[in-house]
Design a protein around this ligand. Sequence first.
Ligand code: UT7
Length: 351
Amino acid sequence: MTRAAVLTGLGGWIPPVRVTNEQLAEQLDTTDEWITTRTGIRERFVVEPGTATSDLAVHAGRRALESAGVDGVDVLVLATSTPDHPCPATAPTVANRLGLGPIPAFDVAAVCTGFVYALATAAGLIAGGTARSALVIGADAFSTILNPEDRTTRAIFGDGAGAVVLRAGDAAEPGALLGFDLGSDGSQADLITVPGGGSAQPAASLTDRDDLYFAMQGRPVFRNAVTRMADSSRRLAERIGWPLDAVDRLVAHQANVRILTAVGGELGLTAERIVVNLDRVGNTVAASVPLALVDAVHSGELAAGQRTLLCGFGGGLTWGATGLVLPELTVRPLPGLTDRTLTGPAAGARI
Ligand code: UT7
C-alpha cells in the first residue's frame, strides 16, 4: 500500500478588525454596489498594527493540532507571501511558539497557491518517510502590503490563517490526499507582484515607496485564474480517477465569486457544489483554501465522505489541485463568523 498523507485536523483564524464595503467606501472612491457586484465580497478582516503573519499562523496551527488531537508533529510547512521579515523564514518562529520542539520548519512562497504547494511538499516528506506527520499552515497578512489608496486591491484582500494536520496512512483511508497537479508560468510573473524590497530592487535603493506595495493586473489575472484552476482541477480529477460529475465539492481559491462561477461552469459543477466564503473574508491569499474548508465543514456544507477537490491559483503565476474524501473532522468556527447564511456562489453576489 502506498504511504499517503492523511488529513486529520483542521483549524482557522481571522483577525478581529472587520472592514465592511461601506467602511471602504467612506475612505476610497468605491461603493458597496461595485465591490459586491464585481467580486461577491462584502467584508474582510485585517490585522491591527503590530500583528504579524506568525500571530495568525500560531492561532490557526493551534486549532488544527487541537482538531487532530495531537500536540506534536514531525515538520511544519508554512505557506506565506507576507513573512514576518524578509529573512529568516517565519515557520521556525511559529514552530517555536507552538512548542513543537526542534522540528524542521520552513516557508513556501506561492502566493494564493501557497497552501496547495505546501500540502504537496508535506505529503512528499511523508510519502518519502522523512516525516510521519506534518502541520501545514497557510497564513497571510496582505493588508500590511496593500497601497492604502488602491481601491481595487483593498476591496479584495483580507488577512487570515488556515491549517491542517497530516499523518502517514494509506491511500484508501478517508482524508488521504490522493494526488497533486501543480504548475507555474513565470512568463506572467509581473501580473501579481510587489516590485521592490527584494534582491532585484532592494528596499534601501527605492526612490518610489509605492514599489513596496502589492500590485495586480486584475483582468488578465482573472482570465488566468479561470482557465488555470479549471485545467488543473480537470487534470487532477483524471489523475486520481474521479469523473468530474463525481466531485461533491470544489474548494477553490476564494478571489472573486465570478471566477468561481466560471470555473464551475468550465467543469460542469452546479453552484451548490462550489464552496464560497469570500463574501465574508475576502481573498485571504495562502489562507484562502483552508479557511473555506473550515467554514464549510463547520456549517455542514462539507461533510465526511464527500469527494472534495481543493484548487489554488496565484502569483508566479502558480496553480495546483489535490483531492481527498473528506474525513470526520472536529472544527471550531472562525472567530466572528458564526452567522453563515450563504450557500453556493450565486448567493454571494448579484452577478
Ligand atoms: O488572488 C490572486 C488571484 N487574484 C484574482 O484572481 C483577482 C482577479 N481579478 C479580479 O477579480 C477582477 O479583475 C477585479 C475584481 C480585480 C477587478 O474587476 P474587473 O471587473 O476586472 O474590473 P476592471 O479592473 O476591469 O476595472 C473596471 C473599472 C475600472 O474603471 P474604468 O477604467 O472602466 O473607468 C476600474 O478603475 O472598475 C474600476 N474599479 C473600481 N471601481 C469602484 C476598480 N476597482 C474599483 C473599486 N470600486 N474598488
